[in-house]
Design a protein around this ligand. Structure first.
Ligand SMILES: [Zn+2]
Length: 65
């Protein structure tokens, strides 16, 4: 979700490219070329999606949260 400069209205609803939750701030971006322009809610989701793209069927990422 992105708020306008004034913060009075919502400019865009942005959902995490992995889990689909609404992203309220700038979110997390991957520097992978194939994930360019995709916003994620957390580093965990970035890693998970990246492993999926690398062919890992069940990515195992330790939770940092
Ligand atoms: Zn997510």
């Amino acid at each position: 979700m992105r708020f306008s400069d004034t913060g009075y209205y919502i400019e865009a609803y942005i959902k995490c490219g992995n889990c689909g939750v609404l992203v309220y701030d700038d979110g997390v971006k991957s520097d992978r070329a194939d994930l360019k322009g995709v916003t994620f809610c957390s580093d965990w989701c970035v890693d998970w999606k990246a492993q999926k793209l690398d062919g890992v069927s069940e990515p195992k990422i330790k939770r940092a949260m």
